[in-house]
Design a protein around this ligand. Sequence first.
Ligand code: G1P
Length: 304
Amino acid sequence: MVSGMTQSHPRISKAVIPAAGLGTRFLPATKATPKEMLPVVDKPAIQYVVEEAASAGLDDVLMITGRNKRPLEDHFDRNYELESALQKKGDAGRLAKVQESSDLATMHYVRQGDPKGLGHAVLCAAPHVGHEPFAVLLGDDLIDPRDPLLKRMVDVHEQYGGSVIALMEVEPEQIHLYGCAAVEVTEDADVVKVTGLVEKPDPADAPSNYAIIGRYVLDPHVFDILRTTEPGRGGEIQLTDALQQLADDEKIGGPVHGVVFKGRRYDTGDRGDYLRAIVRLACEREDLGPDFRTWLRSYVTEEM
Ligand code: G1P
């Protein structure tokens, strides 16, 4: 028996990862390489995101891609030529690294065509997802694997139903970079009820300093809403606007709750944060960390 059948809300098995963005902030690196393939230490950023989905029990991953994104499909596929070369050399360590990314989850791909915004990207997942609740993971947000967020969101969804978003408190002057949620407390210390949402508000109009970060567990009714959601901020179809409608009318798709995340998150879509992510993760690696930390310490004290 599937354990989820004893729960009051269906178990989530599908993850959707929008990955159609042009990555203009990283030009020229992203001229011919998808931004999702930029390495964070020695793994492409997108692999951390797929690993996060898999470790939360989501083994069916749909990527929403676009032109020039073929390397993503290759990365999560087998590479027999490379595997047999490594096998012949007897290099079991590197062989395992090559095979790791193709063994993580069952991968599916759909192209977005017109880049009409995050809401539109999520709507492209409707035929694959069907009528089940599902997760959305944005590739620019890297959540440190030691601070599992998605697993907690899946648990909160099983408890409360509806949709669950990830929230993080930010400085008021940063809120214009994010979707922002008006919230009420619940009995769970890290869970809030979302009463309103606004995409990238001016600080003066922001209902709180709770920023939406790129993890969502969504009720499938969101697709019906997205089909009629008008372009919003930036002329794009915004997922935040569709969630606002879910929060507004609990009869369609249930309530919206937020999990307040206090762990480590890096925005790999921002060059400064991307560098910080690499330095932090490299420092903490068992293989690279000791040497790298020694070098970093002397670099900072002697050269800065
Ligand atoms: C998107 C969402 C926004 C959210 C952000 C998190 O914006 O529209 O609500 O706060 O991701 O990273 P983007 O950064 O893609 O413009």
